[in-house]
Design a protein around this ligand. Structure first.
Ligand SMILES: [Zn+2]
Length: 137
């Protein structure tokens, strides 16, 4: 679930320039709130779903590694992590997505299952909520 969320967030950020404002994961449900200049309610759910599932299907290894803060590889944004944190855990989904994260992740995207979007709705003038579920293949 957590790994599926990273994939979804990466696609939204890089293809739709949407930035995450909130996130909640429970059971098999992922709720992601984003800010975006484009009207995401006009986006076909299937299109976004398919993009996430295409990444999942590539059976990409998910690596977790803890770095001392000053040894985190360049290019990884750790600006949101408080200065008091001296060791940063980096989660990499192959070369696809690399970001700091302390949460539990699976070892390979093949373990995720299938991602489906149940709803994309507007929350504010430029904020949207994307509700989705992960089911067994
Ligand atoms: Zn994570």
């Amino acid at each position: 679930m957590e790994s599926a969320q990273h994939i979804l967030h990466h696609i939204l950020l890089h293809e739709y320039h949407a930035t995450q404002t909130g996130m909640q994961i429970s059971d098999n449900h992922i709720r992601l709130d984003v800010k975006c200049d484009k009207d995401l309610t006009k986006l076909a759910k299937e299109e976004l779903e398919e993009k996430v599932n295409l990444v999942i299907k590539q059976n990409i290894p998910v690596n977790k590694k803890i770095y001392p803060r000053d040894e985190v590889p360049k290019g990884i944004d750790i600006s949101k992590i408080p200065d008091t944190v001296k060791e940063v855990r980096i989660v990499s989904i192959g070369d696809f997505d690399v970001q700091p994260c302390g949460n539990a992740h699976i070892d390979n995207t093949s373990e995720i299952g299938k991602y489906s979007i149940t709803e994309i709705k507007r929350k504010g003038s430029s904020t949207y909520r994307i509700e989705g579920i992960v089911t067994d293949k």
